[in-house]
Ligand binder design. Structure first.
Ligand code: TYD
Length: 214
């Protein structure tokens, strides 16, 4: 298997965390800060990011698609990610761009591996095969208490999707899995308490990103 940056010249930053952690807000603030420094930034998200990925996104997230067993769910997320890497992320990195992605492999390891009890190692291997070994240069984990996350995302928002509507216990196992992943490779992670004020989070994230090789 190839190394973490097969043909990359750009920078690959992923945001991870439970539902309602505020990832999209922080991804947007980081993108704006980097663009202000004249960096070319590609913001994208998973599942999705390609036509096939958006179709898989509706299949796997919307209610009413019929039963989806855990293995099928894991394979759908992995397929969406494989297409995303091939069609969008790897080409942007090869052009020297900064790619900021809302969720990546760790979401599958946490949600399908831990949450759905498929096993974190097998889900990681499946996804690393799908992405040909591409890993983020930095993963920003916004750690959120599942109850806070649920309150945040349901206040004034649309109904919860298939994964979000799982019970608190499911979301607690996901949080634990994210923290374990970060604990194993501290150099490649920045873990922040999602309850901190937005501007505070943004400052800490920008400072950590500034330490990465340009
Ligand atoms: P999304 O609306 O993008 O949620 P958020 O804004 O919280 O990121 O929905 C993505 C949902 O899909 C979320 O509940 C997490 C789940 N998910 C997985 O279960 N596995 C995965 O590999 C990915 C990328 C997401």
């Amino acid at each position: 298997m190839s190394t973490s940056r097969p043909s990359a010249r750009g920078l690959f930053i992923a945001f991870e965390g439970g539902d309602g952690a505020g990832k999209s807000t922080q991804a947007g603030l980081l993108a704006a800060a980097l663009q202000a420094q004249d960096r070319v930034v590609l913001r994208t998200r998973e599942p999705g990011g390609t036509p096939i990925g958006e179709k898989l996104r509706s299949l796997v997230l919307e209610h009413g698609q019929g039963d989806i067993d855990a293995r099928t769910e894991a394979l759908l997320f992995a397929a969406s990610r494989a297409a995303h890497v091939q069609q969008v992320i790897a080409p942007a990195l090869a052009r020297g761009e900064v790619v900021i992605c809302d969720r990546f492999i760790d979401s599958s390891v946490a949600y399908q591996g831990a949450g759905r009890s498929l096993g974190t190692d097998v889900v990681r291997r499946l996804n690393e095969w799908g992405t040909d070994g591409l890993l983020p240069d930095l993963t920003i984990l916004l750690d959120v208490d599942p109850r806070t996350g649920r309150t945040r995302r349901t206040s004034g928002q649309a109904a919860e999707d298939r994964l979000e509507s799982e019970p608190d216990e499911f979301h607690r196992s996901i949080r634990q899995a994210f923290l374990e992943l970060a604990g194993r490779e501290p150099a490649r992670y920045l873990v922040l308490d999602a309850a901190l004020p937005q501007q505070d989070l943004a400052r800490r994230i920008a400072a950590r990103v500034a330490e990465l090789p340009a």
